[in-house]
Design a protein around this ligand. Structure first.
Ligand code: PLP
Length: 362
C-alpha cells in the first residue's frame, strides 16, 4: 500500500506494478543485456514490441481495421495544429465545440489555420455543462470536441451525431477510461500522461479516408499519412514510452479492460460528488450533475480562504496534488485508472473530517 496518493491531473499516477516491472527490466530488457532505452528502433526486438502495443490497443478499444493507430511526438498540444494541417484540405473552415479551458486553447491554435465556427458553447454558463444545441457549418472540414475538460471537470457522455462531418476528439484526459464507439469518429487523439502513462507520447487514431489531405507545408513527421505508411517509424519513435504504454495496456486488460475502468471510475467519482453534495454547501461543484467528469472531480470550498489549509492538511495525510487548475482555482481530484480505490476512500474521509472541523468558518 503506498504511503501517499497522487491526485495530479498529469503527469499522473501510474499502476505501481507497471513501474515495478519497468524497474526490474530497466538494466536488462528482454534478456538483451542492455536497457530498453538503448534498444535500436530498427531492430526486430523493438519492432515486435511496437507492433504488439499497437495491436493490443486495437483489441482493447475495439478499433476497426479502417483506422490507423499512430504513435506521435509533441503531446496533445501539437495536435491542436496538426489536426487542421492534416484535415482541412481545401476547406477553410472547421467546427469547434467550446466547453472549457482546453477546447478554448485548441480553438485559439486552430484560428491560425482556418476560420473557426463555434458550433456550440457553454461559455455563457461558465462551462458548467456540455452544450446541447449544435450548429454545424456545412462547409466545415471537421468538428472538434474535447471529450473531457481536465481543468473544468466536465465530460461528454452523449455526443450528437455529426453525420458525414468527421468528428475529431481530444480524448487526452479520458482515453482508456471507457469504451469508445470509434466508428463515430474521424480522428481521436490523446496525450499519454493521464491514463496511458509517459508524457510526450501522443496516440492518434485516424480513419483511412482522412489520410492524404495534409497541407503541403505539414512537416513530414507530423503528416498522418506518412506516419501511417511508415508504421509510426518515420523518425525515431518514443521507444521507451511505447514500451511503458504496452505495460499499462496489459495492466488494463488484466483489470478487466475499459469496461471495468468505466465502471470503477463512475462509482468512485459518484462517491466523491456525493460527499460534495451532502456537505450542505461546504464544498461546491458548479458542474451540472449529468455532465460531471468521472476523471477530474473539481470543486471549491464555500470559504475560499480555507483552500490553502485544505491543501496543506491533505498533503500531510499523503493526499497530494489536489490543487485546482490555476484558471479554475479550488480543488481538483484527478482519479485516473491507476488511482487505487484506497486513495478515493482516504480522500472522502479527509473531506468529511475537514468539513466537520471547519463548517463554522463558512
Ligand atoms: C484535454 C487536454 N488536452 C490537451 C492537453 C495538453 O496536453 P500536452 O501537455 O500533452 O500537450 C491536456 C493537458 O493536460 C489536456 O488535459
Amino acid at each position: 500500500m503506498p504511503e501517499f496518493f497522487n491526485f495530479s491531473a498529469g503527469p499522473a499516477v501510474m499502476p505501481v506494478t507497471v513501474l515495478a516491472q519497468a524497474q526490474q527490466e530497466f538494466l536488462n530488457w528482454n534478456g538483451s543485456g542492455f536497457s530498453m532505452l538503448e534498444t535500436p528502433f530498427t531492430g526486430d526486438a523493438y519492432k515486435k514490441i511496437h507492433n504488439h502495443v499497437r495491436d493490443n490497443l486495437r483489441l482493447l478499444l475495439n478499433i476497426p481495421d479502417n483506422y490507423h493507430i499512430l504513435f506521435m511526438h509533441g503531446g496533445a498540444s501539437a495536435q491542436f495544429s496538426l489536426v487542421p494541417l492534416n484535415l482541412l484540405g481545401r476547406a477553410g473552415r472547421a467546427d469547434y465545440v467550446e466547453t472549457g479551458y482546453w477546447s478554448c486553447k485548441t480553438m485559439r491554435e486552430a484560428r491560425r489555420y482556418c476560420n473557426v465556427n463555434v458550433a456550440a458553447s457553454s461559455c455563457a454558463t461558465g462551462f458548467d455543462r456540455m452544450p446541447e444545441a449544435w450548429h454545424l457549418d456545412s462547409s466545415a472540414a471537421y468538428c472538434h470536441i474535447t471529450s473531457n475538460e481536465t481543468a473544468n471537470g466536465v465530460q461528454f457522455f452523449d455526443i450528437p451525431d455529426t453525420g458525414d462531418l468527421p468528428l475529431v476528439a481530444d480524448m487526452t484526459s479520458d482515453f482508456l477510461s471507457r469504451p469508445i464507439g470509434v466508428q463515430r469518429y474521424g480522428v481521436i487523439y490523446a496525450g499519454a500522461q493521464k491514463n496511458i502513462g509517459p508524457t510526450g507520447l501522443t496516440i492518434v487514431i485516424v480513419r483511412d479516408d482522412l489520410l492524404g489531405r495534409a497541407h503541403p507545408a505539414t512537416p513530414a513527421v507530423f503528416n498522418y499519412k506518412n506516419q501511417a505508411e511508415a508504421g509510426s517509424m518515420l523518425n525515431t519513435p518514443l521507444t521507451f514510452s511505447i514500451y511503458l504504454t504496452g505495460l499499462v495496456l496489459r495492466w488494463i486488460t488484466d483489470m478487466g479492460g475499459v469496461v471495468a475502468m468505466a465502471k470503477n471510475s463512475a462509482q468512485r467519482s459518484a462517491q466523491l460528488y456525493q460527499v460534495i453534495d451532502a456537505s450542505k454547501g461546504f464544498y461546491q461543484c458548479s458542474v451540472q450533475p449529468a455532465h460531471r467528469s468521472c476523471m477530474n472531480v473539481c470543486f471549491t470550498l464555500a470559504n475560499d480562504a480555507l483552500t490553502p489549509l485544505f491543501l496543506s492538511l491533505a498533503a500531510e495525510e499523503g493526499l497530494l496534488n489536489l490543487k485546482g487548475h490555476p484558471m479554475a482555482g479550488g480543488i481538483r481530484a484527478s482519479i485516473y485508472n491507476a488511482m487505487p480505490n484506497a486513495g478515493v476512500i482516504a480522500l472522502i474521509s479527509f473531506m468529511q473530517h475537514f468539513a466537520d472541523m471547519h463548517w463554522h468558518h463558512v
